[in-house]
Write a protein that binds this ligand. Structure first.
Ligand code: ATP
Length: 610
């Protein structure tokens, strides 16, 4: 039995009408029930707007111009009379999907199997190089001509990367749970997803072997493990109260690298789970030398190394290694060292569920501990790897002391690790706790916000075409992006223009379905881009949706300013979450009342002295 593309697109059309997450998950769950095993992964990727898991670069991202040419060719081939030029119609309708649906209205099309459409799209995206554009236009217009208008609508949106079903990864996981029996199985599905970051792989295993198949899933080199993340606390005392005697490491400010070797091929994945292998030739080579044909997955922070001073470069210099061209040249100028801080897989065995202490022992066996009297010869074999520096703190004062030491060395803070903690893939919890200088200096850390809209500039900014952006945090419970701030400062004129160009590419007419905001920007954008934002503090406000409930106002940022360009290392789902904002708000309140108490005591003291 095969499922037709029209059947799938019928579901897509239904999904578009829904606003409740649960309804969406149920509908998608029903669709999964209808599919053959080999159709499951393609359909799940298509729902994600991809042809493959994101770490294989699965999005097509054809330009609207090219799709417009394909529509034009289809119209000519089918001798369809047009009342208006296509460009004009596109201007009115706003997206190539609605356009192709309208111009092809009334045509029947052949109801192709979804698998065949998926293969044609893969073939289309594989066309590269000179002359490929004409080939793409031809293939896509032929595809439009063989589809119904409804299916053409979704295919056109898919190829330009704007499918906009409003279904995020969390909803897809929920749908799989609905399909396989409900709430009880959801944690097993989530865990499997965290281990391989590939919803297509998870759904295929579910289809073949059911939930039992997922229970036995192990990490596999080549499939990034979703990264473990840190909670925040603001003092050694707080950390010690929470996790007792713990390991404390320097918090290095470089690139997080998850290194995989299947015994033959070495791959590196970023914080964002993108493949960054080509950026790090020295890490690839050193892994080969060190592990040969052994299998391994480990994690570390890569930092630019200054051969003259024997110290690490600040992030602004390390970041210059992030490039596609002249990588080797740059690697001679700024060589990298990687400080290894975790081990997840070795010689075919998962280490995820072993305690931090055990994992650390093995790390120290594999990678010599890096001493701060930097001497290249002390580092493991090719001088690239060293275990991160670490102390065991059995008293809060030792945490604070270590914190002060690493700040003197120029690092931005520490990460404390629970000794018996496992590696919790894809989760932020108190197994790892970060303490940064910024927590002591101001009320809050920076927040990583997702851009959901922008405003045209006024006055001085008119010439830039952008004056402010509307930003959101991620709400995992609703699988949605909820507004928290309008931001109009922090970037240079040049960077505003760069940002505007990126946003223009992702602009859409209507509020994307995964975005929740009462405030309407002049232009909505698909929630893709993450920027770091600093603010004076967090306030309660009726304007924004972040944290708003029936009885309570939402949260907003006071005097927000962008402190980074779009972050390449974070995707929208890795942005700050609503619950993190709540925690920061509570911490800020506690700090304020502590400050007030100290001030009161000082005042009383002064009065006593008088
Ligand atoms: P997060 O990753 O928590 O969402 P972020 O990307 O803004 O936040 P930070 O808050 O600065 O990053 O801190 C976490 C990052 O610190 C990790 O993702 C990792 O790249 C880096 N890091 C540096 N040193 C260590 C270490 N010793 N152990 C674990 N992570 C470390």
């Amino acid at each position: 039995m095969t499922t037709s593309i029209d059947h799938i697109c019928g579901y897509f059309s239904r999904l578009e009408q829904l606003s409740s997450r649960l309804e969406m998950a149920r509908t998608l769950g029903d669709l999964l029930k209808d599919l053959d095993v080999q159709e499951l992964a393609p359909v799940v990727y298509m729902v994600q707007g991809q042809l493959a898991p994101p770490f294989r670069g699965g999005e097509m991202g054809m330009s609207s111009k090219l799709v417009l040419r394909a529509i034009g060719r289809a119209v000519t081939e089918a001798s369809i009379p047009l009342l208006e030029p296509l460009e004009q119609l596109l201007g009115k309708l706003g997206d190539p999907g609605t356009l192709v649906e309208q111009v092809l209205a009334g045509r029947e099309g052949i109801d192709l199997p979804v698998f065949s459409v998926f293969e044609q799209l893969c073939a289309l995206s594989d066309q590269f190089g000179e002359g490929s554009q004409d080939g793409k236009v031809r293939s896509l217009s032929d595809l439009f001509l063989s589809l119904s208008p409804l299916s053409s609508r979704f295919v056109a949106r898919f190829v330009v990367g704007k499918l906009r079903l409003g279904v995020g990864d969390a909803t897809i996981v929920e749908a799989m749970a609905q399909w396989q029996g409900g709430k009880e199985v959801k944690p097993i599905i989530e865990k499997a997803y965290n281990l391989c970051s590939d919803l297509g792989r998870v759904v295929t295993l579910l289809g073949k072997e059911g939930i039992e198949g997922l229970r036995s899933l192990r990490p596999v080199p080549g499939y990034p493990i979703r990264m473990a993340l840190c909670e925040r606390l603001s003092s050694g005392d707080e950390i010690f109260d929470k996790i007792g005697t713990c390991a404390v490491e320097s918090k290095y400010d470089g690139f997080r690298c998850q290194v995989h070797s299947d015994g033959n091929k070495v791959q590196v994945f970023s914080r964002n789970l993108e493949e960054t292998t080509s950026m790090f030739p020295e890490i690839v080579e050193a892994t080969r030398v060190l592990f040969g044909n052994r299998t391994v997955i480990f994690e570390g922070e890569a930092l630019g190394f200054n051969g003259e001073t024997g110290g690490f470069h600040p992030f602004q210099i390390t970041i210059t290694r992030k490039r596609k061209h002249n990588v080797l040249e740059k690697s001679l100028e700024i060589p990298l060292k990687a400080l290894v801080f975790d081990l997840m897989f070795l010689d075919g065995e998962s280490w995820l569920d072993r305690s931090f202490q055990d994992r650390r022992k093995e790390i120290e066996r594999l990678f010599p501990v890096h001493s701060f009297a930097i001497d290249e010869h002390e580092m493991a074999p090719s001088g690239v790897f060293g275990a991160s520096r670490l102390i065991i703190a059995d008293h809060p004062s030792l945490i604070d002391q270590f914190f002060d030491e690493v700040l003197e060395e120029g690092f931005e803070g520490i990460i404390a690790k629970r000794l018996e903690g496992v590696y919790t893939a894809g989760s932020r919890n108190f197994n790892w706790i970060k303490l940064k200088r910024s927590y002591k200096e101001s009320l809050s850390d920076t927040l990583d916000l997702v851009l959901i809209g922008y405003y045209q500039g006024k006055g001085q900014r008119t010439k830039l075409g952008i004056g402010a952006v509307l930003a959101a945090v991620y709400d995992p419970e609703r699988d949605a992006f909820v507004s928290i701030a309008r931001i109009g400062s922090g970037l240079t004129e040049e960077n505003w223009v760069v940002l505007r160009k990126m946003l223009e590419e992702s602009a859409v007419r209507e509020r994307p379905r995964s975005v929740l905001s009462d405030i309407e920007p002049e232009f909505w954008v698909l929630p893709r881009f993450v920027v770091s934002v600093r603010a004076d503090d967090i306030t309660r406000s009726p304007q924004h949706m972040c944290g708003r409930t029936d009885g309570e106002e939402g949260y907003a940022l006071r005097f927000p300013r962008m402190v980074s360009q779009v972050r390449a290392d974070k995707g929208p789902m890795e942005a700050t979450t609503v619950s993190e904002v709540k925690t920061l708000f509570e911490r800020q309140r506690n700090l304020l009342s502590r400050h007030r108490n100290v001030e009161k005591e000082e005042k009383l003291g002064r009065e006593d002295e008088k």
